[in-house]
Design a protein around this ligand. Structure first.
Ligand code: ROI
Length: 161
């Protein structure tokens, strides 16, 4: 069993509903249990000309192998109508493996930790709701280090229900 953190994002077709459906699907994965979900956060797209995003982070405990989990996440994205038209285009659902235990994974299909964790407030702040403050990335950086270098700017934390 390893603790895995998944970054979720959507900016099409009722983003909050997309995240709720994705959370339900994560909870049904084999050999996996859903250990927690952050609040939802809205922010402008990092690329201009796209609708605002809703993002959240989920914690999983799983004994799936990394590429098995990646396949399962891509199946959930596809089930929820993801169309891969352009690399950074708007999407109904994006599921990224942020951290996988303390593993460093460098394969053509999968790099973990996700290479942009540190610069993305919409990943770090929801992650901080779930992860122990002492969480370390495989390179030794702690979550408080990353948060201190990434201000909470442009994020809107939505009320939880
Ligand atoms: N911007 C925000 N706010 N949230 C995202 O999840 C997100 N994902 C992307 C790009 C287009 C880079 N911008 C984003 O892929």
């Amino acid at each position: 069993m390893e603790r895995i953190y998944i970054g979720m994002g959507s900016n099409l077709a009722d983003p909050a509903e997309q995240l709720r459906s994705a959370i339900e699907a994560l909870g049904q994965l084999s050999q996996t249990s859903l250990a927690g979900v952050s609040a939802f956060y809205q922010s402008d797209s990092l690329l201009p000309g796209q609708p605002r995003y809703t993002n959240a982070v989920a914690a999983l405990d799983s004994s799936l192998a990394p590429l098995e989990l990646l396949d399962a996440l891509q199946a959930i994205e596809n089930d929820q109508g993801r169309e891969r038209l352009e690399r950074w285009g708007p999407r109904t659902l994006d599921l990224d493996i942020l951290l996988f235990g303390d593993r460093l994974i460098d394969e053509p299909r999968l790099k973990v930790p996700h290479y942009q964790i540190q610069e993305r407030a919409f990943v770090l702040y929801p992650l901080a709701e779930l992860a122990p403050q002492g969480l370390r990335l495989p390179d030794g950086r702690t979550l408080p280090d990353l948060l201190a270098a990434c201000p909470f700017v442009g994020l809107e934390r939505l009320p939880t229900d």
